[in-house]
Design a protein around this ligand. Structure first.
Ligand code: MN
Length: 343
């Protein structure tokens, strides 16, 4: 992908116009765009994908969402039947040949999107990136990187305004879900006035707040809550309680029958401890690897940098990394670094 230009949202680009009009031009010139997002897609990743696919469909395009990982069950209500597709090199060969635009959402590089991202990055068609993580470099023809946005779903909403495209009910629910998910129901520091303005507009247009809350946050399984119970028994606090961390072993998954996607949100529940400023969760992952999720309640601790040391990344106050196991060793290595941050 040559001719890559990186923009900060809203900044003017050479030749006039701005990054949004560059994105609009790219979209208007395409017919069969393929959208993808990071591995283990979450509420914002899927909200952004579904929202954007709806917009493009409303303009007469034939978008396709192609992800490396399956969609967690809890988000299925947002999606059309059979969408997103799970990427398969064989089944999707033709689709990739016909694509004339590729879009990476909620990720700051193609490698975050697994096998699908890798395959899409090799196509010689224009590309569009829309993301609110700390930028890691250039990867797309037009790149909108806005770490001050609450979520990528918020950016997709802005894009909708620039496209002047029809906002379907599915679009509105997807954007609402994405913003709700990434702001932790408007609790986190990324909650800005813009997120509230957008949500207000969505509510005016008929989105039901209690329905969305119930679907997203009151639809977990019993196994999930039992897994959290086991995980909490490993909770430890040190550095006068400022550092809190816990682990979830393969055995806990087996005992409860919970799924990997069920751990989503656990690390944020633990934030409710008054003194805890840095919260770390570690869990057994595929291939003997360990996935760490890191949260910071204060600007003093940058977990994006902490995650970076272990090959991961994210945001200043929410980040993660996948590391070699075993579980207790990986946890010990990160906790050692976290202690240094606090002292
Ligand atoms: Mn996000």
């Amino acid at each position: 992908m040559s001719g890559t230009r990186q923009f900060r949202a809203g900044k003017a680009v050479a030749g006039g116009g701005n990054v949004w009009s560059a994105a609009v031009r790219l979209i208007r010139e395409s017919h069969r765009p393929i959208l993808t997002t990071h591995v283990q897609p979450d509420g914002d990743a899927l909200g952004a994908e579904v929202g954007m696919a709806e917009l493009l469909r409303g303009m007469g395009l034939r978008p396709c969402i192609l992800n490396s990982d399956p969609t967690p069950r809890i988000y299925e209500f947002l999606c059309r039947r059979g969408e997103p597709r799970r990427y398969s090199p064989d089944a999707d060969r033709r689709r990739l040949q016909e694509a004339d635009l590729v879009v990476l959402l909620d990720a700051n590089y193609w490698d975050r999107a697994g096998a699908a991202g890798e395959a899409l990055s090799r196509l010689s068609v224009p590309s569009l990136g829309l993301d609110h993580h700390v930028p890691r470099g250039r990867f797309a023809t037009v790149q909108i990187a806005e770490p001050s946005a609450s979520s990528t779903s918020e950016l997709v909403y802005e894009l909708a305004l620039h496209l002047e495209s029809h906002q379907s009910r599915r679009f509105r629910e997807a954007i609402y879900a994405g913003i709700l998910y990434d702001t932790g129901n408007f609790r986190f520091s990324n909650t800005g006035p813009r997120a509230h303005e957008i949500v207000a507009a969505l509510l005016k247009d008929g989105v039901s707040a209690p329905r969305m809350y119930e679907r997203l946050f009151e639809s977990g399984t019993l196994a999930r809550m039992q897994l959290f119970g086991l995980a909490l028994q490993t909770l430890r606090a040190e550095c006068q309680g400022r550092l809190a961390w816990f682990t979830i072993s393969r055995e806990m998954f087996d005992r409860t029958g919970a799924l990997p996607e069920d751990v989503d949100g656990f690390v944020d529940w633990v934030r409710s401890i008054r003194d805890a400023q840095l919260i770390l969760m570690f869990r057994d992952h595929e291939g003997g690897r360990v996935k760490g999720s890191f949260r910071s309640k204060t600007a003093a601790f940058d977990v994006n940098r902490l995650a970076h040391r272990f090959g991961g990344g994210g945001h200043q106050r929410a980040a993660g990394a996948t590391m070699p196991g075993p579980l207790e060793d990986a946890a010990a290595r990160v906790v050692r670094e976290a202690r240094k941050l606090i002292r």
